[in-house]
Design a binder for this molecule. Structure first.
Ligand SMILES: Cc1cc2nc3c(=O)[nH]c(=O)nc-3n(C[C@H](O)[C@H](O)[C@H](O)COP(=O)(O)OP(=O)(O)OC[C@H]3O[C@@H](n4cnc5c(N)ncnc54)[C@H](O)[C@@H]3O)c2cc1C
Length: 388
């Protein structure tokens, strides 16, 4: 069967691309090895932070601003809340020495991006934060950035909404089908996509395979995409529940003096006994998407409590724990590019722990690249050539 475009992987990025391509007259096929939204990749766990002033670098700001427009457009189409702008607090003990996600001074870059793009924000001293946000423990020297337009997305609902709309508008989906190869055709003007049981041809293929991406890339590129297991923990709150509802508690990022001290969290969204979700990061032990240990051990929960409770007022009662996957590049940046020598094969690997908020706009970028081999967005920072 001949398609114009085949999307391999229908998670955050693939579903956004399917939705964007459904507005064109192209014949589009989306393939996933599971039934998205699912809990095996990088897009589960109920919530993802979104913020407009991007501490990973101001070149991400146009992506998130466009994504916020698309999330709102989607909400009105499916009549479901996808994005809650409860505000966001990014804080650390130093403005300049606060590394995270490849940025050596995440807080400073955040403030600079807000100024450069006219994003409404406040810079808070520790006293102001103590008064406004008593949910945290402070050392007394912290500095904070507050952004009213930040908040959280509902990743599973975003994926479901985009796939539902894409399908309604004619995109074909093949689920529970694992793609085993994506090769240029013999004239190098199309692609051949194979599973163990099917072969499809198209003019163009988009690889949006998340933590499985290296399996579908030529050997020379595989080493640039490493998967890391991350855990999310839901603890009981120590202060009254009302202090943690989205009206009182923003999403937050707590920065330390090393990237490993980074932690982030959300207000309570599952009622009084649902707990509050907090995430930590580790980049010491890589794994693969198929061999990841999906169980979180009692030791990990205890270590998580010891670490998180230094910063957040929680009780030593873990309500839920989930493991998830980051796909990390050497500089923690995204890879969005055509494959060298094969412009009909487009790669999109936007993770390193910060890709969901941008995924709606990345769908638009991939739509434009598939149709025109160019995009209105500046994606030069995401090129593959920086790695080789
Ligand atoms: C714990 C955690 C917390 C995070 N927090 C945030 C946050 O707060 N804010 C933020 O912006 N970002 C955050 N991120 C990052 C963000 O979630 C990811 O960037 C984003 O989900 C990546 O989307 P994706 O489409 O690349 O991958 P996925 O959503 O995992 O999709 C990949 C899809 O490809 C399919 N697939 C793979 N290989 C094949 C194959 N061979 N054949 C068929 N199908 C295939 C998979 O089944 C899957 O459905 C977080 C990530 C994690 C893990």
């Amino acid at each position: 069967m001949l398609y114009d475009i085949i999307i391999v992987g229908l998670g955050a990025v693939g579903s956004a691309t399917a939705y964007q391509l459904s507005a064109t007259n192209k014949k589009v096929l989306g393939i996933d090895q599971f039934q998205p939204p699912h809990t095996f990749g990088s897009s589960h766990g109920d919530t993802r932070i979104t913020r407009q002033a991007i501490g990973e670098g101001s070149h991400y700001v146009p992506l998130v601003l466009r994504s916020h427009e698309i999330w709102r457009e989607l909400e009105s189409k499916v009549n479901t809340e996808l994005f809650r702008a409860c505000g966001g607090l990014v804080f650390g003990s130093s403005l300049t020495n606060a590394p995270a996600h490849g940025s050596s001074s995440f807080l400073e870059v955040t403030v600079a991006a807000a100024k450069a793009f006219g994003i409404e924000h406040q810079v808070l001293d520790c006293q102001e934060m103590q008064q406004r946000y008593p949910q945290f423990h402070y050392q007394g020297t912290e500095i904070g950035y507050f952004e009213e337009g930040a908040g959280f997305l509902r990743p599973e609902k975003c994926i479901a909404a985009q796939l539902q709309l894409a399908q309604q508008q004619g995109v074909e989906l093949q689920l529970n089908q694992k793609v085993v190869s994506i090769e240029p055709n013999s004239h190098n003007d199309g692609v051949v996509v194979k599973t163990n049981t099917n072969t499809w041809e198209a003019e163009c293929a988009i690889i949006a395979a998340g933590a499985w991406v290296s399996e579908l890339l030529p050997a020379a590129y595989q080493k640039f995409f490493k998967a890391y297991r991350q855990i999310m923990l839901w603890f009981e709150q120590e202060l009254p529940y009302e202090k943690f509802v989205p009206e009182q508690c923003p999403i937050y990022i707590k920065l330390g003096e090393t990237a490993e001290e980074f932690l982030y969290g959300f207000p309570a969204i599952d009622g009084e006994s649902g707990g509050i979700k907090i995430g930590t990061e580790q980049f010491a032990d890589s794994c693969t998407a198929d061999t990841i240990n999906r169980n979180v051990s009692a030791d990990e929960v205890e270590q998580g409590f010891q670490r998180i409770s230094q910063h957040l007022k929680i009780k030593n009662h873990c309500i839920k724990s989930v493991a998830c996957l980051y796909t990390v590049t050497p500089d923690y940046g995204f890879a969005i590019d055509t494959m060298p020598g094969h412009p009909q094969i487009i790669l999109a690997s936007p993770c390193s722990g910060h890709g969901f908020k941008h995924s709606a706009a990345i769908g638009q970028i991939l739509q434009q690249l598939a149709l025109n081999q160019r995009t209105d967005f500046d994606i030069s920072a995401f090129s593959l050539s920086r790695f080789v």
